[in-house]
Design a protein around this ligand. Sequence first.
Ligand SMILES: NC(=O)c1ccc[n+]([C@@H]2O[C@H](COP(=O)([O-])OP(=O)(O)OC[C@H]3O[C@@H](n4cnc5c(N)ncnc54)[C@H](O)[C@@H]3O)[C@@H](O)[C@H]2O)c1
Ligand SMILES: N[C@H](CO)Cc1c[nH]c[nH+]1
Ligand SMILES: [Zn+2]
Length: 592
Amino acid sequence: MPVERETPAPRGPRRIRVVGAAGSGKTHLARESAAILGVPRLELDAVFWAEDWTLRDVAEAREQVQEFLAAHPDGWVIDGNWRSRLDGMLEPGSPGGADVTVWSRVRRTHRGAGVRPAVGAGRGAGVAQRTDRDAVTLTEAGPALTTLGVVPLIARIDLRGRRLSARELRAVVPRAELDVEAATSAVEPILADVRERGGAALRDYAERFDGVRPEHVRVPAQELERALASLDPALRDALTTSAARVRQGHEAQLPPARTTRIAPGAVVRQRWVPVRRVGLYVPGGLALYPSSVVMNVVAAQVAGVEALAVASPPQKENGGLPDPGVLAACALLGVDEVYAVGGAQAIAMFAYGATGSEDVDGEVLCEPVDVVTGPGNVYVAAAKRAVRGVVGIDAEAGPTEIAILADAGADPDHVAADLVSQAEHDPNAAAVLVTDSPELADAVDDALEARVSATKHSERVRAALGGPQSAVVLVDDLESGLDVVDAYAAEHLEIQTIDAAERAERVHNAGAVFVGPYSPVSLGDYLAGSNHVLPTGGCAHFASGLGVMSFLKSVQVIEYTREALAEVTPALSVLADAEDLPAHGEAARART
Ligand SMILES: NC(=O)c1ccc[n+]([C@@H]2O[C@H](COP(=O)([O-])OP(=O)(O)OC[C@H]3O[C@@H](n4cnc5c(N)ncnc54)[C@H](O)[C@@H]3O)[C@@H](O)[C@H]2O)c1
Ligand SMILES: N[C@H](CO)Cc1c[nH]c[nH+]1
Ligand SMILES: [Zn+2]
């Protein structure tokens, strides 16, 4: 039986007026909002214009509006401007008027919705603050409505009283609409183009996606030195601390070389050999990630990789170079090959190499690498999936996910804080709470309301919490909760239950597990000593986080004496004959 996400109970304003300039997306916003709320919609253009594109008589038009209001006292969405003709009708505060007015407006290349509160309108209303980077999420009605407090921030999935098979569980756990598979078609032409046109394509994509055409695709050495020299001392100390702790954690991962004596004179040895050259991706679209420099670089260095190259998106604010904090972190860790390249194009550059297109590039801008690692958005993850085989990759480390398994004893404010902390990465980030306590779920809903309104990236967080990838999942008991989190296979899983340590040991599928009340995910993001580059989108069913093993290959070394070979030659010959490969047996018999 299919499991539905719960229809949210109406809470805030239900009578919504959408206004905005022509082409600002108000029709779309109104249509979507009405569908989400389950209320009727009235388009004022259809009221004030008659069929033959003459203006309808004002009195007649107003009467139509009045009839609509009278027929739907419980809620509606009305879009269109027509202020002067309405003469105050529909204004917040007027009889039967709107609870709230939403402006849909075009902002540079993205459309966005602003919110003007009605007198006495529901909580949470206010002019939405946003940056251009956030604005893209506001084309959606969901975030606009959660801003208004009309729908809850996060959906509920109630699995109580249901026994689901492993396959059914995998189908009901929340997942993003734009997954790696869906993003693949967007990145394939980019990969092919970079392979073909090298530096010229890299500059074109920087202009298109990052809003700046870098003069230097490879960051000049003096810019790395300059960034390190101007690094804020507190940040330098924090990066140094982080690198030392991560180094310590990763040194413990180094596998020992093993020699096994299979029989007298028969030796098999396992050597661990680092790959020679690696490409390390450091994201930089919505937020900036010096910490991802630490995670990538330290793991590769501890593994013993000889040549490390880093790529991070060019920043318009930094003249087409990557973020100064990213550059400084590279310099601090001794990496001098850094590229101002973001997204799928960076992954292509590393996988195929890139020819230069300008004098500053030289003939070869970037040599191909053996392994590409690092986190990024869904396009980066899709590009890594596409080049796998040409190069090695670590896990698909796409949009951040947090799952929390919590019981009634968990602190709802801490749970909310941790959900918000990861939701702030990306509108596509996922936040999932799995609990056997409806009381905790309600308390977390309330704590989220307070935290989301107050947090800096509230629009991005609302979009992440309100997306299909996020939910509060109610279960009968913690055993069922464990089944749900195993089916979900989160990048990060927090266990906030009374028996956290024992329960954590029973988790099969998670990139990293954070145990007990004092191990928030943000600790692992920066300086727990673990790595924050972790598998997403269910890949934790089979993949591990970034670590020294991501950069090591094992080489088996076999050395037998004549006697040891002679001892197994009869069995070897039988096997060779059984496979109709008699020359295999002859190669052994020729020696013994
Ligand atoms: N799983 C992990 O280990 C982990 C760790 C840290 C961060 N993250 C995630 O990394 C991501 C960082 O994302 P970001 O966007 O801030 O930076 P990013 O560097 O990953 O992506 C920016 C690039 O995306 C590309 N891009 C944007 N829109 C595109 C489109 N429509 N088509 C093709 N390419 C497009 C552009 O090239 C741009 O340079 C977040 O999702 C965050 O959650 C994951
Ligand atoms: N939470 C991210 C991993 O998904 C890592 C990170 C870096 N900076 C802050 N957080
Ligand atoms: Zn984080």
